[in-house]
Design a protein around this ligand. Sequence first.
Ligand SMILES: Cc1ncc(C[n+]2csc(CCOP(=O)(O)OP(=O)(O)O)c2C)c(N)n1
Ligand SMILES: [Mg+2]
Length: 378
Amino acid sequence: MANGEREVGGDAPAGGFVQLLTPDGERVDSVTTADGTTYTVDFTDEEYRELYRDLVTVRRLDTEATALQRQGELGIWASLLGQEAAQVGSGRALRPQDMAFPTYREHGVLYTRGIDPIMPFGLFRGVDQGGWDPNEFKFNTYTIVIGAQTLHATGYAMGITMDGKTGNADGEAVIAYFGDGATSQGDVNEAFVWSGVFHAPIVFFCQNNQYAISEPLERQTRIPLYRRANGYGFPGVRIDGNDVLASFAVTRAALDQARNGQGPTLIEAYTYRMGAHTSSDDPTRYRIASEVESWKARDPISRMKAFLTKQQLADADFFEDVDESAKKLALDLRERVLAMPDPQPVTLFDNVYPHGSPEVDAQKAEFERYHASFEGSH
Ligand SMILES: Cc1ncc(C[n+]2csc(CCOP(=O)(O)OP(=O)(O)O)c2C)c(N)n1
Ligand SMILES: [Mg+2]
């Protein structure tokens, strides 16, 4: 079926998208897009169950983070609520050697890379830089500057090509995450140009959650975002971003093409930000409740649960076990966040340059003297 002809239960945007699991939990065997590519998945029963576990776990961790922020334990939180399938599906589609470049909302992808979920919490609590070793986990640090990571990812993808690490089935590939709003940034345009021209081994994964803070999608584009890719000379595919199977299938295929030397792909994951932009935002000021309600019916987790139940792949005990272990992880996370030590103010100057700098050292010394001047005073 052509991408342009597909209508799925009235929930597909005009122009259609790749969907392998309907909101009611019905499995679509395969989808063939207008360019003749057929997408499907071939999971074992256990793999289906594990995907469900991932979805529930990342949502539970996110819920805990939102609660921590509301209790004053985090300065800010950028919730992934509603975007679990886009993130878990694409994250699990990465092969171990693939490198990911996230924004600030990719907690679900981070989880699939095997990073301890505590890692970004220092950043949101304001007690450290929120870092991990990008090379160890093949997951770059969070980027707040909208769109900037698409350029970093493009440079990295061109670099691994020059290093001879691509061009075969075992090669490396790169994925860059960004939002619908980011597509209006110059950086993303430049990343598309360079990747297209240099045939870089990269997948651009755009989570179109319909908003850039308060700005709706129609303020970013007159055409569906995935069609932008045509202008840069590489394929664009739109997927149901609330379908973990479609997210896996299309990302896996695009990454494999990239590693085989067939150049970039733009994936538009059509989804919805169910929560606020961040905990500092009040979405009731710019969107109506009925819109949020209509997206609840397309929830990524309930459709997977419906599928597992209908196919008799899981029973009540399984679902209870998943909920319980997710809760345990979340409560453990909470305890560890509360126990994070406050940093000494002077550590602000650490890690500015890898090998130090006389200027920064001088500023640090002055800062220490200044703080010492308060000693003994009240
Ligand atoms: C270069 C730059 N400009 C502006 C901002 C402020 N800002 C933070 S998030 C955001 C909206 C991003 O929207 P989108 O790309 O759709 O991602 P989403 O937050 O919806 O995941 C903006 C404008 C920023 N962080 N960086
Ligand atoms: Mg957005």
